[in-house]
Ligand binder design. Structure first.
Ligand code: BG6
Length: 474
C-alpha cells in the first residue's frame, strides 16, 4: 500500500496545515483506499497519540469540514519516533512505511542533510519516491546551495518538490488563467501600457509564538525571498509554451535573473525596513514586536521595495512590493496600474488611470477598475467615477469549498505533478537577489523604522511610492 511520510509531524505546520489538508483530501475521496500517512518526529508518541493529535488538529484548524470521515482518516495514520541523527530509526521508518511514494520534510534546515542521508541509507530515496521540502531552504544563497547539493546528490531534480504554499492558492492559479487563457490582456501586459505594478501581502498577526524562528530572519527572508518573488515572477513572466513544470519554471527563472540588483548606495532609496511598536489591530490593543519577543531586536517585521526587471517587456516599469505583520488589515493583492489616458477631454477632475486588482486573500477577486459616467444631465460638464468590473464568478465560488493551499500541493505531490513547485534555479536566483539587499543593509547600517501596530507600516513606505507620484492601492 502506498504511503506518504511526514517529517515534523507533530510541529506547527503539520497541525495547522498539513494534517487538516490531508483530512480535506480524504473527506473528498481523493486519497486512494489503503493510502497511509506515516508521521515521524522526535516526540515520544505512539500511533494512538499521533491520531489524537491529528483529530485535535482537524477540529481546531479545519472546523468547517464534516467530521464523519474522521475515524477512517485516523485509521490511515501511523507514527514512528525518530531522531534524524540516529540511523537505526530510519530502518524502522522504512519498515513501517512500506511502499513510499512521497516524503514531506517540514523540519529545521540543519536536519535536512542528516535526514536525507538516513533516508538514502534505509532505501527510502529509491526510484519514484518524491521529496517535498518546506521552507526555509537555507538562510542565504550559500546555505541554500548546500541544502540543494545534499538533496540533489540523492534525489534527481524532477523528484524534488520545493514548497511555496502561495503557489497552491486558488487566486494564484487564477492569475495564470487570467494571463494565459485570455487574449485581451496580453497585448497590454508590458511597459507600453503599464505604469507600475504593486504587490502587497499584509498580515494582521504578530509573531504568533514563532519569535524564536522569526527573529533574526525577518520579513525580507520570511516573505519576499519566497512568496513575493514567486508572485512577481508569475505576474511578469513570458507566456510559457505549456503548463509543464519545466516550461513554467524556465520562464519564472528568467524574470528572477533579470531583477536589477540593489546596490548598497541605493538601499536607503529603494528599500524600507520597519518594526511594529505597540498599537491596536482591529480595535484590540497589541504589544510591540520587542515586547512580544521579550527583548529588543533589529529584525524587520515590515519591508517595502522598489524593484525593476531589466528586460524588454518591463523596461522602466517599477514593481513596488510591501509586506508586514501587524498591519491594518489582512489583505494580499497584485495591482496592475495602467498608464493614464494620453489626453483627457474631461479635464482632470475624477479621472484615474485604469487598474487591474487581483485579490489573493482574504477573498479571491479580480477587479478591473474602469472610468464610467455618473448618470445625469451634466449641465456643468460630465462627471466620472471609477467602477469595478468583478471578473470572478461569485456563484461558482460559493458552491465550491474554500481549500487550504496545502491541499492542492499535497495532492500534486502524491500524484506527481510538479508545476506548482519551485525549481532549484529559482530558489537560488531569489536568494542571490535577497543577499545583496541584506548586504546593503549591513553596509549602511540601515535599521528598521518603527511603525504603530495596526497602521500600514512606517512613513518611509509611503515616501517610497510617493516620490514617484504613486499611492499604495486601498
Ligand atoms: C509563511 C510565513 O511562509 O507565510 C509566515 O513564514 C506568514 O510568517 C505566512 O505568516 C503567511 O501565509 P498566508 O497563507 O497566511 O498568507
Amino acid at each position: 500500500m502506498a504511503a506518504l511520510i511526514l517529517f515534523g509531524a507533530t510541529g506547527d505546520l503539520a497541525r495547522r496545515m498539513l494534517l487538516p489538508s490531508l483530512y480535506g483530501l480524504h473527506a473528498d475521496g481523493l486519497l486512494a483506499a489503503g493510502f497511509r500517512i506515516v508521521g515521524t518526529a522526535r516526540s515520544a508518541l505512539d500511533a494512538a497519540g499521533f491520531r489524537a493529535l491529528a483529530a485535535e488538529a482537524v477540529a481546531t484548524h479545519a472546523p468547517g469540514l464534516d467530521r464523519a470521515g474522521l475515524p477512517a482518516f485516523l485509521d490511515r495514520l501511523a507514527y514512528v519516533r525518530l531522531d534524524a541523527r540516529d540511523a537505526a530509526g530510519f530502518a524502522r521508518l522504512a519498515e513501517a512505511a512500506g511502499e513510499t511514494v512521497a516524503i514531506f520534510l517540514s523540519t529545521a534546515p540543519d536536519l535536512f542533510a542528516p535526514t536525507i542521508a538516513g533516508l538514502a541509507a534505509a532505501g527510502l530515496a529509491g526510484d519514484g519516491v518524491r521529496l517535498a521540502l518546506e521552507k526555509p531552504l537555507g538562510s542565504d544563497l550559500s546555505s541554500s546551495k548546500a541544502i540543494n547539493d545534499a538533496v540533489g546528490a540523492l534525489f534527481p531534480e524532477e523528484r524534488i518538490f520545493r514548497i511555496d504554499h502561495y503557489l497552491g492558492k486558488e487566486a494564484v492559479q487564477n492569475l495564470l488563467a487570467l494571463r494565459f487563457a485570455n487574449s485581451l490582456f496580453e497585448p497590454l501586459w508590458r511597459a507600453d501600457s503599464i505604469a507600475h505594478v504593486q504587490l502587497t501581502v499584509a498580515e494582521t498577526v504578530g509573531l504568533e509564538g514563532r519569535g524564536a524562528t522569526y527573529d533574526g530572519v525577518g520579513a525580507l527572508r520570511d516573505m519576499v525571498q519566497n512568496h513575493m518573488l514567486q508572485l512577481l515572477a508569475l505576474t511578469a513572466m513570458e507566456p510559457p509554451a505549456r503548463l509543464s513544470a519545466g516550461a513554467v519554471r524556465a520562464e519564472k527563472v528568467k524574470v528572477l535573473d533579470a531583477l536589477r540588483p540593489i546596490a548598497a548606495a541605493e538601499v536607503e532609496r529603494l528599500t524600507v525596513r520597519g518594526q511594529y511598536v505597540a498599537g491596536a489591530v482591529n480595535g484590540a490593543p497589541v504589544p510591540g514586536y520587542a515586547e512580544e519577543l521579550g527583548h529588543p531586536s533589529a529584525t524587520e517585521s515590515f519591508v517595502a521595495l522598489k524593484l525593476h526587471i531589466d528586460n524588454w517587456r518591463w523596461r522602466g516599469v517599477p514593481f513596488y512590493l510591501r509586506t508586514g505583520k501587524r498591519l491594518a488589515r489582512r489583505t494580499s493583492e497584485i495591482v496592475i496600474a495602467m498608464n493614464p489616458v494620453p489626453h483627457s477631454i474631461f479635464g482632470e477632475a475624477g479621472l484615474r488611470a485604469n487598474r487591474l486588482v487581483i485579490g489573493l486573500q482574504p477573498e479571491e477577486s479580480i477587479r478591473l477598475v474602469l472610468m464610467a459616467k455618473v448618470p445625469g444631465l451634466d449641465r456643468d460638464g460630465m462627471r466620472l467615477k471609477p467602477v469595478a468590473l468583478d471578473l470572478v464568478d461569485r456563484a461558482a465560488l460559493a458552491e465550491s469549498r474554500r481549500r487550504i493551499a496545502y491541499e492542492r500541493l499535497l495532492l500534486d505531490l502524491v500524484e506527481g505533478r510538479s508545476t506548482l513547485f519551485v525549481g532549484r534555479a529559482e530558489v537560488e536566483a531569489q536568494w542571490a537577489f535577497i543577499d545583496q539587499v541584506r548586504a546593503g543593509w549591513a553596509t549602511t547600517g540601515m535599521a528598521p523604522s518603527p511603525y504603530v501596530a495596526g497602521s500600514w507600516g512606517p512613513p518611509e513606505a509611503f515616501a517610497l511610492v510617493g516620490r514617484d507620484g504613486v499611492d499604495w492601492n486601498g
